[in-house]
Design a protein around this ligand. Structure first.
Ligand code: SAH
Length: 254
């Protein structure tokens, strides 16, 4: 069987229990060398064949998978964070479908969750925003025109930008065309949950400088929005007068 496994955001103990077990059983591992923590590879079997996909093309990845599957090997394709975001797994799954090879996907902790944990932040605050926009600036991969940052910024929702740390002047300018202001709080989270993680906070107008002053050009998330600092309302779920299937609410005292 072939398993696409989310490796988590960085720290090697942030892989899921299922992912760790699959890794320990694997006879072939193909890992995303640019971002997966190499410490995770310490738990593979001694006879495991390990490939770094940073040096491979899609067809080479598929060849390794096909060869392994034909000889009945357990194969793990280890992707950073959760494979469903910017993981290029669809093209691999389509390639496997075309070859009639079965596979499964084991989710992981995405870096946008790792970053929130490091920031001790909640993206969805009542009274402030109930939406998180996950996007990127156009780079090697284009972004559809209707998803332009300036258009997405019109919502003023919490926003997480992947793959954009090298494009911050244009990111800032585009975001300022929407509902964010020069003072909207932002953070750059470099290598969230890794030992050399760096967090820089500041107002949107300083975004490019914040990265430059800290030498950050890649492996970072940009998070933007009032959720980083703004006021909010208490949740209804834990309000004393709110009844749920599990708890009978009481009327608040007059
Ligand atoms: N599937 C991954 C994202 C892969 S795209 C996930 O769910 O996290 C690669 C981009 O993800 C990087 O350019 C960077 O923007 C972001 N990224 C991945 N790991 C990161 C980390 N530990 N800290 C900050 N950003 C990270």
């Amino acid at each position: 069987m072939i398993y696409f496994v989310g490796a988590g955001p960085g720290a090697s103990d942030l892989i899921t229990v299922r992912g760790q077990r699959l890794l320990e059983c694997a006879e072939i591992v193909i890992y995303t060398g640019s971002l997966v923590n190499p410490a995770l590879l310490e738990s593979v079997r001694e006879d495991c064949e390990v490939h770094n996909s940073a040096f491979m093309t899609l067809s080479q990845v598929l060849e390794v998978m096909e060869r392994g599957a034909e000889t009945g090997k357990e194969i793990v394709r280890l992707h950073t964070g959760d494979p469903c975001l910017y993981g290029a797994i669809r093209e691999q799954m389509d390639g496997l479908d075309a070859r009639g090879l079965p596979y499964e996907v084991c989710p992981g902790v995405s870096s946008f969750c790792g970053a929130a944990a490091s920031l001790k932040a909640e993206y969805t605050l009542p009274g402030l925003t109930q939406s998180v926009i996950i996007t990127r600036a156009p780079g090697n991969t284009d972004v559809p025109r209707q998803e332009a940052l300036s258009a997405l910024a019109s919502h003023g929702a919490s926003m997480v930008l992947f793959l954009s740390a090298g494009l911050l002047p244009q990111v800032r300018d585009s975001l300022l065309q929407g509902a964010y202001t020069e003072d909207t709080p932002c953070a750059i989270v470099y290598k969230a949950t890794w030992e050399d993680e760096i967090i820089v906070r500041g107002p949107l107008h300083r975004l490019p400088e914040m990265a430059r002053e800290n030498g950050i050009e890649k492996t970072a998330l940009i998070v933007v929005g009032e959720f980083l600092e703004g006021g909010y309302e208490l949740s209804r779920l834990y309000a004393p007068d709110f009844s749920t299937a599990f708890r009978q609410g009481t009327k608040p005292p007059e």
